[in-house]
Design a protein around this ligand. Structure first.
Ligand code: IPE
Ligand code: IPE
Ligand code: MG
Length: 254
């Protein structure tokens, strides 16, 4: 069975649940293991991951998700072998070169979150051009977290607040949010991490404070539209309380 790790999942219900998460964030993990399980080099897994991303973007548009944030390269991924890092950089470049026009035609607004200045000047230029071209698109906001780290984001926010001369008494949660990469974007409702690992790995640590987490046991290249639907159904069964006692959501499995 393709990419499943060890369990046979229940069938996905037909159609769509009523409450679709406005913002889905995905830690696209497991490319290396996907490749290894096929006797392929890790980079082949990353290429398969990009192919899959195209399908998932399509699925998000079809299912009415408004914001998709994907974790593509963390501030810790610089620890990987140089060859793999180079491969990941050129994948981002190729994606912009090859996919930008179609994403633009489909109404996708591209945004980058993370330290842009850590990328090569050419890559920085391509990312900025892609954001400018698509800035008025409204069908789906696609945040690409590339050279992103949640702690690094907070460090940068604090530095920028100090540079701006913000007075201590005026600091509150709303102000901090204005200094994050995700300023103006609602927090993720659902965070998905593929591959079976169950940790956050420095992703959206502020923004995911009240997100629902979901850990499907498939490698990222195998997280297809059906798996996305499964994630949406799972989300719809959760009772989000935000510290209160509100209940009453219907459980689709009941
Ligand atoms: C996720 O897949 C992609 C990136 C981190 C860039 P991995 O490369 O982490 O794959 P595994 O976890 O080794 O299988
Ligand atoms: C998280 O995956 C980063 C991305 C998916 C881009 P990693 O594979 O780098 O995370 P760890 O090292 O297993 O926690
Ligand atoms: Mg990994």
């Amino acid at each position: 069975m393709g990419g499943s790790i060890n369990i046979r999942p229940a069938p996905v219900p037909d159609g769509l649940p009523k409450n679709i998460p406005a913002h889905v964030a995905i830690i696209m993990d497991g490319n290396g293991r996907w490749a290894k399980s096929r006797g392929l080099p890790r980079l082949a897994g990353h290429h398969a991951g990009v192919e899959n991303l195209r399908r998932v973007i399509e699925g998000c548009v079809e299912d009415g998700v408004q914001v998709l944030t994907i974790y593509a390269f963390s501030t810790e991924n610089w620890e990987r072998p140089q060859e793999e890092i180079n491969g990941l950089m050129s994948i981002l470049e190729d994606v912009i070169d090859r996919e930008l026009d179609e994403l633009h035609r489909n109404g996708v607004q591209l945004r980058h979150i993370g330290r842009l200045e850590g990328l090569s000047p050419l890559l920085q230029k391509k990312v900025v051009q892609a954001m400018e071209l698509t800035r008025d698109n409204r069908k789906l906001i696609l945040n690409i977290a590339f050279n992103y780290g949640g702690r690094d984001e907070l460090v940068r926010a604090i530095q920028n607040m100090i540079h701006a001369g913000v007075a201590a008494e005026t600091v509150d949660e709303a102000l901090i949010e204005k200094y994050l990469y995700t300023a103006g974007i609602p927090d993720p409702d659902l965070v998905v991490r593929t591959s079976g690992e169950q940790r956050g790995s420095n992703f959206l640590i502020w923004q995911s404070a009240y997100s629902e987490w979901y850990f499907p046991p498939v490698y990222w290249p195998d997280f297809d539209k059906e798996e996305l639907r499964r994630a949406l159904w799972e989300y719809s069964s959760r009772d989000r309380r935000f510290g209160g006692i509100h209940t009453g959501r219907e459980d689709y499995r009941a």
